[in-house]
Design a protein around this ligand. Structure first.
Ligand code: SF4
Ligand code: FES
Length: 371
């Protein structure tokens, strides 16, 4: 049924694609933008002002690594001045002395800090950055010292799933309010590296048991967010809470997208802030309207009782696996391609050795290969 278009409430602002880490599971597009393509301070401030006018309540400041923007405190102050909740999503490496304090003084509300491993050698290997683990521990300490709430984000895949118990203990020790056990979604660099990152079925079963036990044990002490990984699930997640339903993202050059992997849907064109206003993009962009609501759905979604629960799942996953962004997400058991997800798990498990090499994230051509 066609619904009224309600204003968005959340925005993910990818301030830059630059990053000191090179994680192979990154969901950024494989073609990363260089610094000279980034919007300048005034561009982001104009965008944030308009977002606040539109009714945006929360902005996730992300990247790449958002702290590489020397104007980050200014951008936070702009949002805080408009009463917008700000969440900094950081890898926590190389943040100069005094900057976390400056972010807090500018009005930052929350920090989400990623750890690639629960052990130094794992963090170092996955991110391809020497000493990363110790730097992240220090960042966590500084975040807590200035009194900001802390979420630890643990992107989980084949190379670190066995460390889930250690991630839980580490997050507790760091004083985190929340731990996200974030099973990697296969978009961008992660899709390129899917075979190398795919866990096996037994490991996922163990992971689910460990997390459920910890959620019970730590109730009231630390929240643990967890969703069964897509390829192992029977129903898909409501990706982005539904396409163009209440959130959107902005790429470093100001291109406004319904989700982080939308640019893989080549039949869609995406407008840039500045060429169009945010409000016009949200209401009128053909790309935003392509999969909004339920009218676009074909069977089995069209007659499914879950259509307003998961909104047909992920359009980008449908594109990647079915080759059709309008198809039912193959993560869904009702999709005729659901068996393909299982076959991809089995194909990855048959790869020689423990896992094939993965390609580290890099601006420029795909060149690096290591494991
Ligand atoms: Fe969701 Fe479509 Fe599957 Fe129904 S058929 S559960 S709406 S993805
Ligand atoms: Fe694009 Fe899920 S990542 S809809």
């Amino acid at each position: 049924m066609t619904e009224a278009i309600l204003p968005p409430i959340a925005m993910l602002a990818e301030l830059t694609h630059r990053c000191p880490l090179q994680c192979a599971y990154c969901s950024n597009p494989v073609e990363l933008l260089k610094a000279n393509r980034e919007m300048d301070t005034q561009g982001w401030i104009a965008l944030f002002e308009e977002a606040a006018d539109l009714g945006i309540l929360q902005v996730h400041l992300s990247g790449g690594e958002p702290t590489l923007r020397s104007d980050l405190a200014e951008l936070i102050a702009c949002l805080a001045g408009r009463g917008v909740y700000t969440n900094l999503i950081t890898a926590g490496v190389g943040i100069a002395e005094g900057r976390i304090e400056a972010f807090a003084a500018a009005g930052l509300d929350h920090v989400q800090l990623s750890f690639q491993g629960a052990k130094p050698e794992t963090t170092e290997k996955i991110g391809n950055h020497r000493g990363a683990h110790e730097k992240k521990i220090e960042t966590a300490r500084r975040v807590r010292e200035v009194g900001l709430p802390l979420t630890i984000n643990a992107p989980i895949h084949r190379h670190n799933m066995h460390e889930v118990p250690d991630f839980i203990e580490m997050a507790l020790a760091l004083g985190a309010e929340r731990l996200e056990i974030a099973n990697v979604q296969y978009a961008g660099w992660a899709l390129l590296n899917r075979d190398a990152l795919m866990p096996d079925r037994d490991a996922v079963e163990r992971e689910v048991q460990i997390v459920e036990e910890a959620q019970e044990r730590l109730r009231g002490i630390m929240t643990i967010d967890f969703v069964t990984p897509d390829y192992f699930a029977i129903y898909p997640k409501p990706c982005m809470g539904g396409w163009a339903r209440d959130a959107f993202m902005v790429a470093p050059d100001g291109t406004v997208l319904p989700c982080h992997a939308a640019s893989t849907i080549k039949s869609l064109n995406f407008e840039r802030f500045g060429d169009w206003s945010l409000g016009r993009i949200w209401r009128d962009s053909p790309a935003f309207n392509a999969f909004r609501g339920t009218d676009w759905m074909a069977e089995p979604c069209r007659s499914c009782e879950r259509q307003e629960i998961d909104w047909g799942g992920c359009r980008c996953q449908a594109m990647a696996i079915a080759g059709d962004a309008a198809a039912t997400d193959p993560a869904c058991i009702k999709s005729p391609l659901h068996a393909r997800m299982g076959a991809l798990i089995d194909e990855a498990a048959r790869m020689p050795g423990n896992a094939p090499d993965f390609q580290y994230r890099r601006i420029g051509k795909v060149v690096e290969s290591a494991a």
